[in-house]
Design a protein around this ligand. Structure first.
Ligand SMILES: [Mn+2]
Length: 442
């Protein structure tokens, strides 16, 4: 028997909060489809985060129908017990087990979803369902929605019920982390930080990007992480100027920097850290100069995180500060305002400085409301990750900077009067980083 990952009362409390927001409505959340290679090889199944957030249930092939104020209120469609399938794929709770362990009001077989769902959704003022994320289930859901009021024929049908986006609704809860979520976030952050230190210690010329990725995976799994939160980026030299470099197939050379963007997933919560360090243990003069400037921008940006500050201010600030660096280094011309107006800095700073972090590495929750940037609130978890990237084939880049890509990323929790850097365990000061490189070989 598997055990639920968090106290079931936490998930019940979330459903009570959602019920207050949506009386008379219904929420439909399907699991992700399972992934196969060659229709035969199985991958690890990763539960859908909204469904997990509302239930704590992490099996594939299930659907939640939550009907605030109705009886039964929490209805789960799950896989039935099946001895043969469990021999191959492992334990499943089944209808009885799911109901008992997770405190659902009613469970049905997933096989009966399409038959029973229209009746359960009938009379609900509004159905929260996210279209376009799960194409397979969209087809089922469109048939269910049409069936609720008796089909599509105008003479007999009352028409479709109003449908609104479930991800936005649940995102409004997910954006503020509760104390028990923060515990898992901190753990994911600490594990990720320690694994980055292990990668630094295992760095020397001749080691491969892949081998460092392996060091990261071993380090996080040794410390209780389920897996990595996203496919780790191990980008040496010019590879770091590819933002989502994923080949991880080169060998580290003396004189290069290695950019590692890796995070652990712990109890389904993400860490997300980037550090950039010298392969031979010493930053060259130009590498050091750019690194120190970006590090200052990153620390100044972290200092701006507090409740009430519009999240977009972080982007505005880093765009301004990184553009100043580009001007100092001769990569763009004009005044800061002229450069930003023309967008010339985007070539070297092409990404956002911060995203929400939680059950998903790019977590749910609205950062804008009606086109306006939203003010940060205590309980938000986000990344702070400025960077600059100078491709080696860009003739506009001064020769000494070509092939340098640097990003420094930490995970912060917004507190009552500022923020807590959850990933502070991994050094980013130059002397501290240099002291760790290659420590395994000394
Ligand atoms: Mn990130």
């Amino acid at each position: 028997m598997r055990k639920a990952s968090m106290n079931i009362e936490f998930f019940k409390a979330r459903r009570r909060r959602l019920a207050q927001l949506t009386p008379g409505c219904a929420l439909v959340l399907p699991a992700w489809p399972e992934q196969y290679r060659n229709a035969d090889m199985h991958y690890r199944y990763r539960c859908e985060s909204n469904l997990y957030y509302m239930t704590g249930f992490d099996e594939p092939e299930c659907v939640l129908i939550f009907r605030p104020g109705k009886n039964p209120e929490t209805v789960m469609f799950v896989r039935e017990k099946n001895q043969e399938r469990e021999t191959w794929d492992g334990f499943r709770y089944g209808l009885q087990g799911a109901k008992q362990v997770f405190g659902f009001d009613q469970t049905y077989s997933i096989q009966d979803f399409e038959k029973l769902a229209p009746e359960l959704l009938k009379g609900c003022e509004k159905v929260y369902y996210t279209l376009g994320r799960n194409r397979e289930f969209d087809h089922i859901m469109s048939r269910v929605l049409i069936a609720i009021n008796g089909g599509w024929r105008p003479r007999f049908s009352l028409g479709l019920p109003p449908v609104e986006d479930a991800n936005s609704l649940v995102g409004e809860l997910r954006i503020r982390k509760t104390e028990e979520e923060v515990e898992s976030m901190r753990k994911a952050a600490v594990i990720s930080a320690e694994a980055h230190i292990e990668m630094m210690k295992a760095t020397k010329p001749g080691v491969t990007e892949r081998a460092l990725h392996g060091v990261f995976l071993k380090s996080i799994m040794d410390r209780g992480a389920d897996t990595e939160a996203y496919f780790g980026i191990l980008a040496s030299g010019n590879n770091a100027t590819t933002l989502h470099y994923r080949f991880n197939e080169d060998t580290l050379e003396a004189g290069q920097l290695i950019l590692a963007d890796c995070g652990a997933e712990y109890m389904y919560y993400s860490g997300d850290i980037t550090r950039t360090w010298p392969v031979n243990g010493r930053y060259s003069a130009p590498q050091k100069r750019i690194y120190e400037k970006i590090l200052k921008v990153q620390k100044d940006c972290i200092a701006k995180v507090k409740p009430g500050v519009p999240h977009m201010d972080l982007q505005r600030f880093t765009t301004q500060a990184l553009t100043e660096i580009l001007l100092e280094e001769g990569l763009v011309r004009g005044t800061v305002d002229e450069v930003i107006r023309s967008g010339a800095q985007i070539k070297y700073y092409p990404h956002g400085v911060s995203h929400l972090l939680g059950l998903d590495t790019h977590d749910s929750g609205a950062l804008q409301i009606k086109g306006e940037s939203r003010a940060m609130e205590s309980g938000w978890c986000l990344t702070i990750e400025p960077g600059l990237y100078f491709p080696e084939n860009d003739p506009n880049v001064p020769a000494e900077l070509r092939g340098i890509g640097i990003r420094i990323e930490d995970d912060v929790l917004v507190t009552a009067d500022g923020c807590e850097v959850m990933t502070k365990g991994v050094p980013k000061e130059i002397d501290e980083v240099e002291a760790l490189i290659g420590a395994n070989f000394r």
